[in-house]
Design a protein around this ligand. Structure first.
Ligand SMILES: [Zn+2]
Length: 435
């Protein structure tokens, strides 16, 4: 056995036994080998005394643009249109591989330190980001969303080259640590030919297809005006949902749209902070769940959030469901945590592999310290994790059996250099884009 956790309050996220007090978890070869109240047999190379702290599955961030953390705080409080077209796009046009790498490294560090162990990331220069994720040991599903703003698809566009490189060099390697996803940026930024081509690539290589769906009312209504169909109905008509689809936002879905998602096994990535910050609205998560849609959680990009702390999203998702429904029993703590663990794993096509503390699952685990004033006392680990915890309460983060972060120290990232590189890139952005 490589590592044995003892004296842990284990939040398993297994519905038949969600909590195991005073439990043991044995990790070997990157996998969870044992979970239980009895100490497993066999010596462990290292034993970690959790002292009653909460051991739970690492969180899954199902929708991010990780390197956008370079623009954290760069463009706050603008309308979505001004934010995207006048502020974000001009900066992104000037970002090369080195800058994206600096941003992704900062973002991965932030995620790891706040308990996220797996991310679905849509951005560009993704082969470089894939190499970085593999080097750091971060679990990542990466894509470059196809864009065809003028309605004409460039078959030699960069997104196709990056997808081919990801599939060739990373997909399926290293126990699936880094994967390629196919991707359509969104209905309003592309065209039917692009949707069909990405879908065929997803089906050919067995990839998840990651897209933005009905984020704003303008986008949703614009699609109905242009095509006579909602974006969900339109994508279904073009066969997109034949691929295992991960749809970010889903704020403006109709009830019928939700049924389409449920019937086609499409997962929704709920991004409550970003949707509120950009004034886009509030996704009806309780209704999606009731209609059978798998719901995950995402931070979206750090330029519209401005954080990668998924604990914020967990709490906010629960509060919004309660507040908008006028019903405090909606989306209870455990259900909110499900979105960020089991739901996220399913959305990434990693169900049965991550998202639970369970024998045979990959050892993606986090430990929440409970001896701080803000986390004490703990009556229920689910309540503590959903409503009291912040990313800064994470004491240890492990991906595939490897400890990436412990007691404030990173094991695979030179954090001082990562912060210095990100600051230097931000200084350049400021010089070039604000005159
Ligand atoms: Zn997004």
């Amino acid at each position: 056995m490589d590592i044995l956790f003892k004296n842990a309050a284990i939040l398993t996220m297994c519905d038949d036994a969600p909590v195991l007090e005073n439990g043991f978890v044995g990790v070997e070869g990157g996998f969870i080998r044992s979970v239980g109240r009895a100490e497993p047999e066999g010596a462990a190379a290292r034993t970690i005394d959790c002292r009653g702290d909460i051991l739970m599955p690492g969180l899954v961030n199902a929708h991010a643009h990780t390197a956008m953390c370079l623009m954290r705080g760069y463009a706050d409080d603008y309308t979505l249109r001004e934010w995207l077209f006048e502020r974000v796009f001009p900066v992104e046009a000037g970002l090369g591989a080195a800058e994206i790498r600096a941003g992704a490294k900062l973002g991965f560090a932030e995620m790891i330190a706040s308990g996220t162990t797996s991310v679905s990331d849509m951005y560009f220069h993704q082969p470089e980001v894939a190499a970085l994720a593999a080097q750091i040991g971060m679990r990542a599903s990466l894509c470059n969303g196809v864009v065809a703003l003028d309605g004409r698809l460039d078959p030699n566009g960069r997104c196709f080259g990056e997808l081919a490189a990801l599939v060739r060099d990373f997909h399926g390697g290293g126990d699936g640590l880094v994967r390629a996803d196919a991707s359509i940026h969104a209905e309003y930024t592309s065209c039917p030919e692009a949707w069909e081509k990405e879908t065929e690539l997803a089906l050919e290589h067995g990839l998840v297809l990651h897209l933005h769906l009905s984020e704003t009312s303008a986008e949703h209504d614009g699609c109905i005006a242009k095509y006579g169909l909602t974006p969900a109905r339109l994508f279904e008509k073009h066969g997109v949902f034949r691929a295992k689809t991960l749809a970010a936002h889903c704020v403006w879905l109709s009830g019928e749209d939700m049924d389409i998602l449920a019937q086609n096994g499409v997962s929704a990535a709920h991004c409550p902070v970003s949707n509120l910050k950009l004034g886009s609205g509030i996704a009806r998560v309780s209704e999606m769940l009731r209609r059978g849609v798998n719901v995950a959680l995402g931070t979206d990009g750090c330029c519209s959030n401005n954080s990668h702390d998924l604990f914020e999203e967990i709490k906010l998702a629960a509060l919004l469901a309660k507040g908008t429904g006028g019903d405090p029993t909606r989306l209870p703590a455990y259900e909110a945590l499900r979105l960020a663990t089991v739901g996220g794993a399913k959305a990434q096509g990693r169900e049965g592999q991550i998202g639970r503390v369970k024998e045979g699952y990959q050892a993606d685990l986090i430990l929440l310290k409970t001896d701080s004033p803000s986390m004490c006392p703990v009556y229920s680990p689910a309540s503590a994790a959903a409503y009291a915890a912040k990313g800064s309460d994470v004491r240890l983060t492990m991906v595939r059996g490897k400890i990436l972060y412990e007691n404030g120290e990173f094991t695979t990232i030179d954090i001082e250099k990562a912060v210095a590189d990100a600051r230097e890139t931000a200084r350049r952005i400021l010089r070039e884009h604000t005159g």
